[in-house]
Design a protein. Structure first.
Length: 369
């Protein structure tokens, strides 16, 4: 992708994030690697942070027009229904590191500021026979604790446009079947679904027919997920504030079913990227305004590594000088913003501090201290 896009690199199991994968690497989308699910066998690697587009950066290409008010205006502030506590999966790369390094001077900081925070669980491998059980293991654990899991389906064919996070289902028919299995594991409790990072913002590598087919499959996925569990909240890929202009991204989202209450609860931004929360709030509101659709639509923002904002040079691969952002929460107090989430786990490498998707204690400490 271009420097403005979000890139996810999936490798092995996901660290801070839980991976319900059997194996395989997610694409370079802006996602974190997936960690193993308890008792489900080796989990596939989850995508690493979504980087900016692979093509020239589009910094400053945000859609024109007045920025939305920072205070609630047309949309009333709302939060995800109770219980408003996010689930932290116990099986992750960062948790494994903490457990194995009791004497490391960096451990207290990494444990308290990263390992103890709830993060998303990635499902980045195409394993139809086990996907239902692996998703159910996460959602049932969350329900047992009265907490809300965040799960990331990441197996769309042609993901990451054949880049570092290449992989996924062999074709859309197979993907549709995989999504059916994924949906069957959602249970009946509240769950947040971050549907296919980079699948819409980074779709320009596809021919028009291929893009239309992908969007139809994503719209179907949203309908299937919500029909399987009416309490599931499904969010579609809006890239981030330095990628596509809001109106352009909204048009793509509309084609993928993101404006339909039957498929969608809104959009997600900044997955595995670094843009400041204030910029993402303004951008998400512009996208939602342009998207139209039901007034219930909202946005969730990945705040896992945006504490210092994006690097001025557009670097996306484990850039220095970054910090963790706002803690994950389902109560943002911001109109139209449903949650701040840690979709990409801080400390999981994009590929420059280690193999993509693997945990780097040095990088985690740098982000958290």
């Amino acid at each position: 992708m271009v420097a403005a896009a979000s890139v996810v690199v999936a490798v092995g199991t996901v660290t801070g994030m839980v991976s319900a994968l059997d194996g395989g690497r997610p694409s370079k989308a802006a996602k974190p690697p997936v960690t193993q699910s308890p008792g489900l066998g080796p989990l596939p690697g989850v995508p690493t942070p979504s980087r900016t587009p692979a093509t020239p950066s589009r910094s400053g290409s945000a859609s024109p027009g007045p920025a939305p008010e920072s205070s609630p205006s047309r949309r009333k502030p709302r939060t995800v229904a109770a219980p408003a506590r996010l689930y932290r999966h116990s099986d992750s790369q960062v948790r494994d590191w903490v457990d194995a390094h009791a004497g490391d001077a960096r451990r207290p900081v990494i444990e308290s500021r990263i390992a103890d925070r709830p993060a998303a669980v990635w499902f980045a491998d195409f394993t139809p026979s086990t996907i239902t059980a692996r998703v159910r293991a996460v959602t049932s654990a969350g329900s047992a604790q009265g907490r809300v899991p965040v799960v990331v389906p990441y197996a769309i064919p042609g993901r990451d446009c054949g880049g570092a996070s290449d992989g996924g289902a062999p074709d859309l028919a197979a993907y549709d079947g995989w999504i059916d299995g994924f949906a069957a594991g959602l249970g009946s409790g509240e769950v947040v679904v971050v549907l296919e990072p980079d699948s819409i913002a980074q779709s320009d590598c596809l021919g028009e027919g291929e893009r239309a087919d992908r969007f139809a499959s994503l719209a179907r996925a949203g309908r299937v997920l919500k029909a399987a569990n009416p309490r599931a909240r499904v969010y579609f890929d809006a890239g981030h504030s330095d990628w596509n202009p809001a109106a352009e991204q909204a048009a793509l989202l509309g084609r993928a079913g993101a404006a339909s209450a039957a498929s969608s609860d809104g959009v997600f931004t900044n997955v595995s990227n670094f843009h400041r929360t204030s910029d993402e709030i303004a951008y998400a509101r512009r996208v939602l305004s342009a998207l139209g659709g039901s007034a219930h639509l909202g946005a969730v923002i990945d705040t896992s590594r945006n504490g210092n904002g994006a690097p001025p040079d557009g670097e996306w691969c484990d850039p220095a000088g970054r910090r963790i952002g706002q803690a994950p929460t389902l109560s943002t107090g911001e109109a139209g913003i449903d949650a701040y989430l840690w979709v990409k786990l801080p400390g999981e490498s994009d590929g420059c501090r280690g193999t993509p998707g693997t945990f780097s204690a040095e990088y985690a400490y740098e982000l958290a201290r």
